[in-house]
Ligand binder design. Structure first.
Ligand SMILES: C[C@H](O)[C@H](O)[C@H]1CNc2nc(N)[nH]c(=O)c2N1
Ligand SMILES: N[C@@H](Cc1ccccc1)C(=O)O
Ligand SMILES: [Fe+2]
Length: 295
């Protein structure tokens, strides 16, 4: 199986990233090697082992409901039969990382782009760009949840709108996407849980995000998130914690145009910064939120 070709580089908030062809392709299921299926099986089994007690219930339940298993790389056609019936979403095969506006356009039409190739065995623990395991295992289960499915389509429409406004607006929206859909944490009665796709598809980060003392865990605040830069090639230095999915859906309902306009006059912050007014979640004190500067 040949590695995907790089078409161009895109200048973004996080420097240059490789941007692949933007076309949709059929999943070449017959071309997957035994090694490819083995990588899927190993990644799937590892995550199934460590995510109970770490990932939110909505994610875990839907991994079962959509019928993901360890024995082989799933067929997009099989998953689409289940997904279309549940929420009207469908998977489309792509070469890999898409330009933001192309990505959001797919979401706006209830299509989730899934990279057709899977990482090599030597990339098991880390890969710098989305592969099949990240896109499929990380993103697709939550699309079985009707409320989350509607939210993701609204995100796509918001992305197209931001793209129409200007590059800053699009950058603000991709930061929001990054700190929620990709790397979001949620509070539950049993403590913090993971809902971000970039976390659930990574064994190391699934453990680090909840157990390490290194990262900040801040209460979700829309503008705070939009002003926070991020890096794509390390574990996150900051995680934003929502109190529940309703908080996220409510916060993203208003028209963002005035917010984009306001943020154009304000600076952005490095990923690891803690600011006055931040609600800092202290693991040591269990549920404790303290305002930075309080202590
Ligand atoms: C929207 C935001 O930039 C996000 O990182 C997008 C970019 N392009 C992508 N392209 C693919 N194939 N898969 C993804 O998850 C993403 N994520
Ligand atoms: N409400 C946002 C769009 C959006 C919806 C859902 C999630 C994120 C963004 C806007 O007007 O731009
Ligand atoms: Fe992703």
């Amino acid at each position: 199986m040949d590695t995907p070709r790089r078409v161009e580089h895109q200048q973004t908030d996080r420097g240059y990233i490789p941007v692949y062809a933007t076309g949709v392709i059929e999943q070449p299921w017959a071309s997957y090697s035994a090694t490819d299926h083995g990588v899927w099986a190993q990644l799937f089994r590892r995550q199934r082992e460590i995510l109970p007690g770490r990932a939110c219930r909505e994610f875990l339940d839907n991994v079962e409901r959509i019928g993901l298993g360890a024995d082989a790389i799933p067929k997009f056609d099989d998953l689409n039969r289940v997904l279309r019936r549940a929420t009207g979403w469908e998977l489309v095969g792509v070469e890999g990382l898409l330009p933001d506006h192309v990505f959001f356009d797919h979401l706006a039409h209830r299509r989730f782009p899934v990279t057709w190739w899977i990482r090599k065995p030597e990339q098991l623990d880390y890969i710098a760009e989305p592969d099949l395991f990240h896109d499929l295992f990380g993103h697709v289960p939550l699309l079985m949840n009707p409320v989350f499915a509607d939210y993701m389509q609204a995100y796509g429409r918001g992305g197209m709108k931001a793209h129409g406004i200007d590059a800053d607006a699009l950058m603000n929206l991709t930061r929001l996407y990054w700190y929620t859909v990709e790397f979001g944490l949620i509070r539950t009665g049993e403590g913090l849980r993971i809902y971000g796709s970039g976390i659930v598809s990574s064994k190391g980060e699934s453990i680090y995000c909840l157990e390490s003392d290194a990262p900040n865990r801040l209460g979700f605040d829309l503008e705070r998130v939009m002003r926070t830069r991020y890096k794509i090639d390390t574990y996150q230095q900051t995680y934003f914690v929502i109190d529940g999915f309703e908080q996220l859906f409510e916060a993203t309902r208003p028209d963002f145009a005035p917010i984009y306009a306001k943020l154009k006059t304000l600076p952005a912050y490095p990923a690891g910064e803690v600011l006055p007014g931040d609600r800092v979640y202290h693991r040591g004190t269990g549920e404790g939120w303290v305002r930075s500067g309080d202590v």
